[in-house]
Design a protein around this ligand. Sequence first.
Ligand SMILES: *Cc1c(COP(=O)(O)O)cnc(C)c1O
Length: 447
Amino acid sequence: MTSTQAALPLAHVLPVSATLTGEGTLAVGGCDLAALAREYGTPLYAYDHATLRAQCRGFLDAFREEYPETDAVYAAKAFLNRPFAQLIAAEGYGFDAVSGGEIAVLGASGVDMSTVYFHGNNKGPDELALAIEAGVGRVVIDNIDEIGVLEAVAAEMGATQPVLVRLSPGVDAYTHEKTTTGILDTKFGIPIATGAAERALEAIAAADHVEFRGLHVHLGSPIFRLDPYVLAIEVIAEFWADVVRDRLGLDMPEFSIGGGFAVAYRGEQEPPEPAAYAGAIAGALRREADARGLALPRLTIEPGRSLVARAGIALYTVGARKEVPGIRTYVSVDGGMSDNVRPAMYDSPYEVIAVERPLDAAEETITLAGKYCESGDVLARDVAVPRLLAGEVVAMPAAGAYHLSMASNYNLAMKPACLLLDDGDVRVLRRRETPEDLMALDVDLDA
Ligand SMILES: *Cc1c(COP(=O)(O)O)cnc(C)c1O
């Protein structure tokens, strides 16, 4: 296999190991993608281990360079199963979990549960008990009601649970309305502006089985700008000094800035480098802490998408073509919103690459449609491609985050297989679903 990555279009959107084979087809992780599609069938997802490692190390190294006391946790909702959890843990990351299901999978994968942060705006008493039982390191309090529930559950179990408090700082992250979470009008976090955050801190200070460790903020995702992070740190530092320290006399050994770091889904997108996020965040934290005489806390980052999106690639086989003259040409593939709901839900843009001829010039602009029974089931709108032929394989890069984790069995679609590619080695992380899987949970009426 020759290495001609420089000549490869979209190299910064594709996995870092992407290259051309001697036959001019697209390879990732030392594997010919068209051959994988034939062997494992499509739709097919593959993660490139080299990209996963590079992203995990890139973020952790960049932050520790700027701020040595940094811990990193992977937002597991971006994609999680047992083998994947082990790959991430091996990079020195802990985990953000948002449900009893994620905690159960993390527990079964054997990762150190003390590195797990339990998030969510409506954790039930059962889930909180499960989390304490599992030994999660931090519960991230998301609203005032949760404090009383956690106190009762922890008291009952004879435990004291360390917590962070998720604040809503009233900062716009300039991202899609469905993925912005730091503004006042959001279901996430406790608003500072309304006085709720102060009442929450008072309740925690008074609770015997809840131990305050620090403040948390997560502004949304993907965030292509640095200023929302800086602004959020300014707002939080004021609350930290005035309320946490001066009014309540609490120490704050930890602070989490959340995640939301952006990735390139399309060639023209240029997200900040990890070092730029790290510089802005560490700089603001030092500046604000110094200005107020606050002791520097440990910093936690919670990247999800930015660790795994670029590592993943989705493969589909081209099928039907429908031309509406003067309006639009639809080219349909054998997957769609069942495996990638992001275009339908967030209007997310993507690139489409003809895997067997990635260097071929674009000949037309088409809309790549999924095969499911929704007009909104479109994977990519107005993409320029060579004239795609039925039976050929196309790839959609940057497919590693919020695809399979949001996958559904709509139309009783069977979820795709997912591979791990590493320097020519192919491992199955998740097999393709079968009709038996679709029926596995049914209980027959005459049973
Ligand atoms: C989803 C989420 C993240 C990660 O977001 P990404 O865009 O995937 O980096 C981090 N923290 C919290 C609390 C989240 O809900």
